[in-house]
Design a protein around this ligand. Structure first.
Ligand code: ADP
Ligand code: MG
Length: 474
């Protein structure tokens, strides 16, 4: 994609002055993170890293990403309800991946006891990169869908004001007006509020399962504040607190500190390092309860990379979304090449292709949170090591998306403003609520653009690689 800020990026002194104004506006707007030195305290905070300019995104791709979000909501929900599909899809993975195996074990236990939860809430974010088709037209390719702890919906509502400010300082008022307003946290809170209302107990609270060290607290507070404005109370507790103070009554209603919980919203529990024995027990307790979990364990499993890969197999979408050929076509149009590494001929061939052309592939384990995927020489070494072992089934292989780089200036606390070649990743937030078999809500609620320097293959904002951005529609 061409870059319309080209000449602006060359004037170093102007960039430095603009950067100072942008940072001050970001701080004033609340584009904040706690510092890595003090992740448990808000006494000293700094700005979340962001781009000085919004990055150009073809409007058609933005529209396509928004249009397919309701289909992804339906798809994730359909997968979560299809125990046979989850079992079959994850069977080889859970033999070798203990984290997925533990999640799956909780899923099995809940199914065996019978699911007490009747209202289901999905808050997800589907992420994409842009690539050129063979004919030169731009294409939207899904990177992954996040079904647990999808973050930055709060901060993403505050960055448009910063980019409008930068453009207004440059007297580019027409351009400033083109920056889209965005308020994902409001939409996410509306989903939580709907689930809370359907749970049907005016006294019950929302439990936000939080990490002890949380730099991204202001992102979470944006949702909490929206809920409080609707007179819905939120308590923040760690898994450890749930394990010490949580209990179920005979109807499997969940109580924490003696207060009934209507909705459990996880901003923790998506990485192995976030669990010890006590935390796993707390997760099981939460899953057994009739509180609305966001996500419930099956929906978390529906977001694994292994499920993503199986969904791309010929005929699978048609089975999961019967009678919806248009939704199937919209979904499939966003899929990149995804390959199973299960033992057998198909997996052998995928490995041979990746070893023959490593720059065209990414090797992905069943992990979230950035920094886990393998590229290039590292991928080759891993594939050589895994090739003849059943362990390979705990990974999938994915076509590497190659967006066209463009120049932008990345701003981070403590670093000089620097212009670098970048690529962007667009996320769309989706919200759905289902009561029994009935869909009560199915929406898209906003977007997130993250941009990173091309030298980083992997990683998001929380991982310290990407920075917050806004799409400038062209
Ligand atoms: P995680 O669950 O850790 O966020 P992702 O699948 O989103 O895992 O990958 C992390 C990052 O790696 C992405 O944000 C993106 O920058 C990069 N990435 C992942 N898959 C691809 C791909 N197929 N092509 C190019 N880059 C990718
Ligand atoms: Mg990701």
């Amino acid at each position: 994609m061409a870059n319309s800020w080209g000449s602006l990026l060359q004037d170093e002194q102007q960039l430095e002055e603009l950067a100072q104004q942008a940072v001050d506006r970001a701080l004033a707007e609340g584009v904040l993170l706690r510092t890595s030195q003090e992740p448990c305290s808000s006494d000293v905070v700094s700005y979340a890293p962001f781009t000085l300019f919004p990055s150009l995104v073809p409007s058609a791709l933005l529209e396509q990403a928004y249009a397919v979000q309701m289909d992804f909501n339906l798809l994730v929900d359909a997968v979560s309800q299809n125990a046979a599909f989850l079992e079959q899809t994850l069977s080889s993975t859970i033999k070798r991946d203990t984290f997925t195996a533990r999640l799956f074990d909780i899923h099995k236990k809940v199914l065996k006891e019978g699911i007490a939860q009747t209202v289901f809430l999905g808050l997800n974010r589907s992420d994409y990169m842009f690539q050129r088709n063979a004919d030169g037209s731009p294409a939207l390719k899904q990177i992954e869908i996040n079904t647990i702890s999808a973050s930055f919906g709060g901060l993403a509502s505050r960055t448009p004001a910063v980019h409008r400010h930068v453009l207004n300082v440059l007297s580019k008022t027409k351009e400033a007006a083109k920056i889209l307003s965005n308020n994902p946290s409001k939409g996410l809170a509306m989903g939580i509020a709907k689930a809370w209302e359907l749970y049907g107990s005016a006294k019950a609270l929302v439990l936000l399962v939080a990490q002890e060290k949380e730099r991204n607290i202001f992102d979470q507070r944006a949702i909490e504040n929206e809920l409080l404005a609707r007179n819905i109370r939120v308590i923040r507790r760690r898994f450890e607190d749930v394990s010490e103070k949580g209990s179920l009554d005979q109807d499997r209603k969940l109580f924490v500190d003696g207060q009934e919980i209507a909705v459990v919203y996880f901003r923790d529990g998506y990485m192995p390092s976030q669990y010890n024995l006590q935390n796993w027990e707390a997760r099981l307790l939460l899953e057994r309860s009739c509180a609305v979990k966001c996500p419930d364990i099956a929906t978390q499993l529906a977001g694994t990379k292994k499920v993503q890969q199986e969904l791309s197999r010929v005929g699978v979408l048609e089975v999961l979304l019967p009678g919806q050929p248009e939704a199937v076509a919209r979904l499939r149009a966003t899929f990149a090449g995804l390959y199973s590494l299960d033992m057998g001929e198909e997996g052998d061939q995928a490995i041979a292709e990746a070893l023959a052309a490593p720059s065209r592939f990414v090797l992905k384990p069943q992990r979230e949170g950035g920094g886990n995927n393998l590229y290039g020489e590292e991928m080759v070494q891993a594939l050589e090591r895994l090739k003849d072992s059943e362990e390979r089934a705990s990974y999938i292989l994915m076509e590497k998306i190659e967006p066209e780089p463009f120049g932008n200036c990345l701003l981070r606390p403590g670093c000089p403003a620097r212009v670098v070649q970048c690529i962007s990743e667009l996320g769309i937030f989706g919200v759905y609520v289902r009561q029994g078999k009935t869909f009560v809500m199915n929406k898209h609620v906003g977007h997130l653009l993250r941009t990173k320097a091309i030298e980083h293959a992997d990683g998001g904002v929380a991982a310290g690689v990407a920075v917050l951005d806004n799409p400038y529609p062209v």
